[in-house]
Design a protein around this ligand. Structure first.
Ligand code: 13P
Length: 248
């Protein structure tokens, strides 16, 4: 899976242009259908979902409210996202944890609401540079995943495939990436942790995010346990995004 996190970038025109190109491209690559997810800013979700239709490219969101509805100015609910055609939703991105002070508990609530509205969460986890240097990565991931596991346990229905994106904070937008062996160890830990704590999940897909480009994507593709990428900066340019996927 290749998920594009456009963050607060792209104009309406840029988004439409990207969608046009992506549609023409996927028409030549049926094997990619349902493996490309584009997460634009809220105003572009509906136009993009309409434009992409049933092309096989999926529209997602970058966040949702931890509340179901009500007096929460500026917030967008999981139900509203479902209404406009979002099928995936990124939650727990470090930029939201650090800049908007979102807690892991709030992220667990978002996951529950997304489940209720049949939107597949893409749950981001990852440690800071300091935590990485202190060898605390797994402790941090365990803390971040605890409310997610709780949400899974109390859900009426969960998606067939549950998606976790490992995004070390120190790799986001910095050009730095972890060593392949580090990634393999982290993926293996996430998988066994989730399997033991949330056995109701049938399948877990683990994405890597943080300074992904066509070169490192090519070298990471063979890492055991990797199920795709969550791409920030390089997903803003269709050609760069296509180069990461590696199919012309
Ligand atoms: P970059 O690919 O720009 O480092 O961003 C990664 C990210 O935050 C994706 O969610």
């Amino acid at each position: 899976m290749y998920a594009a996190n456009w963050k607060m970038n792209m104009s309406a025109g840029d988004a439409a242009d990207f969608a046009d190109k992506a549609k023409a491209w996927i028409a030549r690559h049926h094997e990619l259908q349902n493996y490309i997810v584009i997460c634009p800013s809220f105003p572009f979700i509906l136009p993009l979902a309409i434009e992409l239709g049933n092309s096989g490219i999926i529209t997602g969101a970058q966040n949702c409210s931890e509340f179901p509805h009500g007096a929460y100015t500026g917030q967008v609910s999981a139900k509203q996202l479902a209404d406009v055609g979002a099928m995936f939703c990124i939650v727990g991105h470090n930029e939201c944890r650090s800049l908007l002070h979102e807690s892991s508990d709030a992220i667990g609530k978002k996951v529950s609401l997304l489940f209720e509205h049949a939107i597949n969460p893409i749950v981001c986890v990852g440690e800071t540079a300091f935590e990485f240097e202190q060898h605390q990565t797994l402790t941090i991931l365990e803390q971040q995943l605890a409310p997610i596991i709780k949400a899974i346990k109390s859900a009426q229905s969960i998606p067939h495939e549950f998606i976790i994106a490992y995004e070390p904070v120190w790799a986001i937008g910095t050009g730095k990436t972890p060593e392949p062996q580090t990634l393999e160890n982290v993926f293996s830990w996430i998988l066994s942790h989730m399997q033991s704590k949330a056995p109701s999940i049938q399948k877990i897909r683990i994405l890597y995010g943080g300074s992904v480009d066509s070169l490192n994507a090519k070298s990471f593709k063979h890492i055991k346990g990797l199920g795709g990428f969550l791409i920030g900066g390089a997903s803003l340019d269709f050609q760069k995004f296509k180069n990461i996927v590696g199919l012309d």
